[in-house]
Design a protein. Structure first.
Length: 534
């Protein structure tokens, strides 16, 4: 059978490397990955091994956003990881090059790499270039926020139409420090991807050399006997969290890093994000809350610039092994901080003294929840509750301008099991941002937020509503108190009243009773454990 796919007599004595990508032309994030895949295969071959290409699924969060299709997004992470694991396991490959370009395909590839523990290199498919609208850089999120601006009367339908036509100019994943670019940064920080691989845009001609180098690197790892679990250690995950904090990354990173660590056999919890965020300054000024996009970071030296600044400040472990066969410190030896730019600031004068994450607990979130913290995030918030049973209900209220400054908006039944699939609330958060309310309303959900969501919102509330978590007991008119410094999120009712309400509560019927989403709902764990399916 291998002769039939082109093996020569000499090939049977060589290592076999699976080269997998999530290529498709459904979404710009993945549209150019077939090219990278072929180049990586050429690198594997030139280094003396035999490449065998295969592909896996992926979905686009951007296209599935705001409707029923978004329920399939997070479950696709598990399907992708499972499919890569099963192909590599069945075919008995000796190593893997994994190439992905979108929000769920990236953590899924890293999860599969951790499970398989065969010599492996991960490669990001690259960021999209920003669009240009009336002299300024724009992204997909500007379009979504434009919907809210139209509702608020601060933007015309004609202007929004013009913006929409230029926001996504070609291949690549969403331009800001949203989930895709956050996960790409994580892959470098973990050491499982080559230096500079996270920032090179999808259309950049340097991608050929990068892809070939990824293929060559996996063969080098085979020769050196270095496996992913030698690289993806607890210290490496702490490095990844530190880089996330420094760049102001997506809250989805909390969910994904915990899941990747789980599959790599590393004991990591959401509390590690809070601990590391408290000591790590936010130094990179990226959209959605800042000014710059990933392609701008590339112009000054990419993620290694962030890592070198953290290493010099004693905030990164330089002894961690990487896929180059060298340590983090060795990889960064010749990296110098670029002056005359304000994309990445020195740790001595950061945008914000703490990183981008706060893990809150309280009677509304006994297992914890995630607050995205930015320079303008409130330090405390107290207000009356508006409860919505779904994203759609809340979006209708937001579009009708029925949500006011000072409100605490709770969206429930959107968790891993209850959704199912933890939909992202980008339509809601963008509508509120477009109305100038993003820092004037506290939004709380057992679902997720897009990486394009600005700071000041609380996600991943656990236990979720469908599991009888306290978020199920909230009622219109209740008061919620949030204290960021104390890391508290509380519903201002006494314990007896909470008990009475939860005792009277009954779970809603499952939204799906057959198929992939029904199976996912039966298997998925709490968001506090990364929503893994064991």
């Amino acid at each position: 059978m291998l002769r039939a796919v082109g093996f020569s007599e000499e090939d049977f004595g060589k290592p076999q490397v699976g080269v997998v990508s999530s290529w498709n032309n459904v979404t710009p994030c993945n549209a150019s990955l077939d090219r990278d895949q072929h180049w990586a295969s050429a690198g594997v071959k030139s280094a003396g091994a035999v490449p065998l290409e295969f592909m896996t699924i992926t979905v686009s969060d951007g296209i599935s956003m705001g409707h029923e299709g978004m329920r399939a997004s997070l479950p696709s992470r598990e399907v992708i990881a499972d499919s890569v694991e099963l192909v590599v396991h069945a075919e008995r490959f000796d190593g893997v090059v994994a190439i992905a370009g979108c929000d769920k395909s990236q953590p899924a590839m890293l999860m599969a790499i951790g499970r398989l523990n065969l010599p492996a290199v991960y490669q990001y498919g690259g960021t999209i270039m920003p669009g240009r609208f009336r002299g300024r850089d724009v992204t997909y999120v500007d379009v979504i926020e434009g919907v809210g601006a139209v509702a608020a009367g601060t933007m015309s339908e004609q202007d929004l139409n013009e913006l929409e036509r230029v926001a996504c100019p070609g291949p690549g994943a969403c331009a800001g420090m949203f989930t895709a670019n956050t996960m790409a940064s994580i892959s470098e920080a973990l050491g499982i991807a080559l230096p500079l691989s996270a920032s090179i845009p999808a259309i950049d001609p340097r991608r050929e050399a990068l892809s070939r180098a990824s293929g060559e690197a996996v063969v080098n790892l085979l020769n050196l006997g270095i496996r992913p679990r030698d690289i993806m250690t607890r210290e490496a995950f702490e490095n990844a969290i530190a880089v996330c904090c420094a760049v102001g990354g997506s809250t989805n990173a909390v969910l994904h890093i915990v899941a990747i660590a789980h599959d790599a056999g590393v004991d990591l919890s959401i509390d590690d994000f809070d601990r590391i965020s408290r000591r790590t300054p936010h130094i990179a000024d990226f959209k959605p809350s800042g000014k710059y996009v990933m392609a701008d970071l590339d112009t000054i030296g990419g993620v290694p610039i962030v890592m070198r600044e953290l290493l010099d400040a004693g905030l990164l472990n330089g002894d961690c092994m990487t896929v180059t066969g060298k340590t983090v410190a060795e990889n960064l030896l010749d990296v110098t901080y670029p002056t005359g730019q304000d994309i990445v600031l020195p740790t001595s004068s950061p945008l914000h003294d703490e990183g981008g994450y706060a893990i809150l607990y309280g009677n509304l979130a006994p297992e914890g929840c995630v607050l995205k913290v930015g320079p303008t995030t409130f330090r405390s918030f107290r207000g009356p509750v508006r409860v919505f049973e779904s994203e759609e209900d809340c979006f209708r209220a937001a579009a009708a301008r029925a949500i006011e400054a000072g409100d605490v908006v709770i969206i429930r039944n959107e968790g891993p099991r209850g959704g199912p699939g933890m939909r992202e609330m980008l339509a809601v958060t963008a509508a509120l941002a477009g109305q100038g309310l993003y820092d004037k309303v506290l939004l709380i959900t057992d679902g997720r937020f897009s990486g394009g969501t600005r700071s000041g919102n609380i996600a991943h509330v656990a236990p979720e509503s469908a599991d009888g978590g306290p978020i199920a007991a909230a009622r219109d008119g209740d008061v919620v108190s949030c204290d960021v410094e104390a890391r508290r999120l509380d519903l201002d009712i006494d314990e007896d009243e909470m008990t009475r309400r939860l005792k009277a509560w009954s779970p809603p019927p499952p939204r799906y009773t057959t198929g992939a989403l029904a199976k996912y709902a039966r298997l998925v764990s709490s968001a506090s454990r990364g929503a893994v399916c064991d």
